[in-house]
Write a protein that binds this ligand. Sequence first.
Ligand code: ZN
Length: 433
Amino acid sequence: MSKLVSELDAYLRRLFPINRSITGNGNRDTLRILREIVPLTIHEVPTGTRVFDWTIPDEWNIRDGWIATPDGRRIVDFSACNLHVASYSEPVRGTFRWGELQPHLHVHPELPEAVPYRTFYYRRTWGFCLTRVQYRELEHLGGPFEVAIESELKPGSLTYGELLIPGESAREILLSCYICHPSMANDSLSGVLLTTFLARDLLRRGRLHNSYRIAFVPETIGAIAYCALNEQAMRRIDTGLVITTVGGPGRFGYKQSFNSGHAINRLIEEVFEERGVRDYVTYPFDVHGSDERQYSSIGFRINTATITRDKYYEYPYYHTSLDNLDFVSAGQIAETFELYRGLIDKLERERRYINLHPNCEVMLSKHDLYPKTGGGQVPKPNDVGRLDCVLWLLFHCDGTKSLADIAKSTGIPVDSMREAATILESKGILKAV
Ligand code: ZN
C-alpha cells in the first residue's frame, strides 16, 4: 500500500461515520479534520443571510433517532446508520400506529437491502429511511411504536472551507467539492478527500503558474453562498473542476463543461489517452448534476468539468447506505487522484495570450514581422512559416484560447506557436494572460 493510499484509507475511515448535512456540527468536524492535511480557512455564514435568491436556513443538528417496539427494541436506529433519519428532520417524540408512521417511511425503489438517502432541507417535516426488511417488520408488527428524533433546528450558520493558493499568474482555477453528505463514500466523501490531497499536492509543488481557489462547500446552497460572497473573484474565473464520485470500482468518465470546445475538456481527454484510460465515458454537459450548475450559470459562466469514477446518478448504490467502504476504496480514489494530478500538470503548462492590438492587424513590417519585399506571399498549407504563426496568433489571442488550442485548430505545431508568441510578447503585441 503506497503512503498516499494508506493516508486516504485512514481519513476515509475517520470521516465516513460523521453525520453531515448542508449545515451543522458534522461539517465543522469534517473541515477541522481536513485541516490536519491542508491549512484551509473555515467560514460561517449566519442563518438568514441572503445569497442571491436563497436564504441560509436554520442550522440542523441531531443527537439520535429511532423507531422502537413498546418493549424498547429499536428496529430503526440512527446510531447504527445516520441515513436512517432523513436530513433536516424536525424533532419528534411520541407513540405512533402503523398507519400514522407509514407516510414518514422511505425505502429504496429497487434495492431491498439499501437504506436510501433522503433530505427535507426546505420543508418542515420528518422521516425515516429504512430497508425493506425493516419496513416489512414494522408493517407486520403494526404498532404502536415509540418514535423519537432528537434533532434541533435553530438559527446558526452554514459552514464552508476555503483555501487560496497563489501562483505566479493571476489566473485562478476553481476546485470545488461538496461536504454535505452523511455516511456515503463515493458521493461525496471520495471527492472531498481527493480535493484535499490535491490541494496538499499543489502546496508541495512550490512554484505554481496558476492560482487555485479551492472551495469545500455544502452542495447547491453552499456553492451559491460562495458565489455570492466572492462574486467579483468568481466572475473572473474561466476554468473549474467539481470533484465528486471519484472512488467507485467502475469506469472512469468525465462530465464536460458547458462549452464542449473549451480547453478543459480537451486536456482531460489528453490525460485519459496518455495514461491508457481507453474506455472512459463522456458525459456531455447537462443542467442536472452538481455545483457546476451554479458555477456555469449566466452570471459566472465558469467552464466546470468533473473527472469521475462511478459518476453520481449512474451507479446502483447512488444515494444509499450501500455506497460504503466496501464499494469505495482508497486505492480506487488514488487512481483517480493521479488523473487529476495529470490534469493539473497540463493546466500549469497551459499558456494564453491576449492581443493588445485587437483593432485590425498591427503594421507587421513596422515590427519586423513581414518579409522585406511584399507581393510574393502565396499561402501554402504544407509550408507553414513564421508569418502564418503570427497571423493566426493575432487572429485567435483573445485571452480565452491556449496556445495548444490554437495549435490544434490550425494544425500548426505548438512549438512553432510558442516561438512566435514569445517574439510577439517581446514586441509588446501579445500579453500573457
Ligand atoms: Zn449526492
